[in-house]
Design a protein around this ligand. Sequence first.
Ligand code: G16
Length: 543
Amino acid sequence: MNIHKIATQPFEDQKPGTSGLRKQVPVFQKRHYLENFIQSIFDSLEGYGGATLVVGGDGRYYNRQAIQIILKMAAANGFGRVLVGQGGILSTPAVSAIIRKYQAFGGIILSASHNPGGPEGDFGVKYNTGNGGPAPEKITDAIYARSREIEVYQILEAADIDLDQLGSSSLGSMAVEVIDSVADYAELMQSLFDFDAIRDYIRSGFRLAVDSMHAVTGPYATQLFETLLGAPAGTVLNGVPLEDFGGGHPDPNLVYAHELVELLFGDRAPDFGAASDGDGDRNMILGHHFFVTPSDSLAILAANATLVPGYRDGIAGVARSMPTSAAADRVAAKLGIDCYETPTGWKFFGNLLDVGKATLCGEESFGTGSNHVREKDGLWAVLFWLNILAVRQQSVEDIVRDHWRTYGRNYYSRHDYEGVESDRANTLVGNLRDRLGSLKGQTFGAYTVDYADDFSYTDPVDGSISQKQGIRIGFTDGSRIVFRLSGTGTQGATLRLYVESYEPDPSKHDIETQTALGDLIQLADELAQIKALTGFDRPTVIT
Ligand code: G16
């Protein structure tokens, strides 16, 4: 075996964010950049000699080259076996499922999620642990610390592996198995949902459209919806993964998934539409001329879980990220189960799922999932909805309105200001922090501040504390404004403003969302001086 030990120097900017290390492709292509980060991951782990690693990505530009480097570094560092998706393709939830099924030591996912791809787009690396979930902060902190003092990395000199050919080969003494990207995931989905009921419903004339946005879910969606569930060919839109996602922005929201939105809000619209993101962990759910907010989606899945075979015995608890609306809390209260409020980032759900405190989890950022894996899971959410629809035989809109009648409606919106100069964003957040102590009890128009703080989370399982996770200003009527800076952007800062109000009265459930939240949105601008400090006169994205 010809293992090279390559001398290198640290890069200062390899701190993992909300979800792994994300940078523009040219940054990852810098000499030693990727290698340093991968070696820093390996150096932060213990006991993987001879063990199995899972590797795959969302197919974006640089995926294949990065995988070849990682395979050779895994061999040089002593892994016993790598399972890699065919063509280098594995969705984030599929990696999680495969780690768990084969009891792998961990996995490396190449993805910058919903961020655009291509030679000038973004690339990313995430490490997942043996439970199938994103590495917790103590590991990402260790990786970052290591990246700042690394002096050498190890790589095997060997020919590239043929990633397109299923089967086994070897790199030095390490086995490489190129596996079917879809099979294990599809098997897991069939164990959770009533495919017969969904198939019958589709056969009876129920029409659906699923937009894979030229990202990783194309092969998964085609297998699940067209092959296994018998939906007509063409049900999956943009189903071929492309290195630049066809020039699109694979983020399943009302702005970026506009092709699907136009279809569902157009003439002869289908009954159901869904989109997923670059790496397949996010989802957007649409009905005929109707949008389901991710926060409502979590609450509705929780309320209807026992209609679905995999959750027939009920759910142990629900968890949501702090900025996600409190719709799920109301369902949990009625079911008599716990609802946990965590910081933004799927990694915070891992412990709750591992010890069985939570069964379903969700985030306002179009993420929903359960204890079947340790990532959010876009196509799982789509199948969950389809299963509920097949059982209830009502439209998406009727199910949501029915839910609001029972639990009240949480009006909710997120405003993003993307590409704000970092200094300006930090000033804005700093100013708000300075004011927090004096806000309680103050009245602004119809709103009186009930609490104002910077969210801090103590993990109920391991006691770890995560501070400064977002500024919350809550009002006595239950409405809320939250500010935080995104941990997933790659240029400047992204300011996120989350606004929520609660309306129990069904006769007031038909107000347009931005109108219903208008006063709070204006108040948020006054309190944070958003326009003045960012220099933006309006958000770049509203969801
Ligand atoms: C990631 C995280 C999510 C988070 C989202 C947005 O999603 O896994 O937990 O909600 O980013 O985070 P931020 O507000 O910090 O940008 P993904 O789909 O990008 O991996």
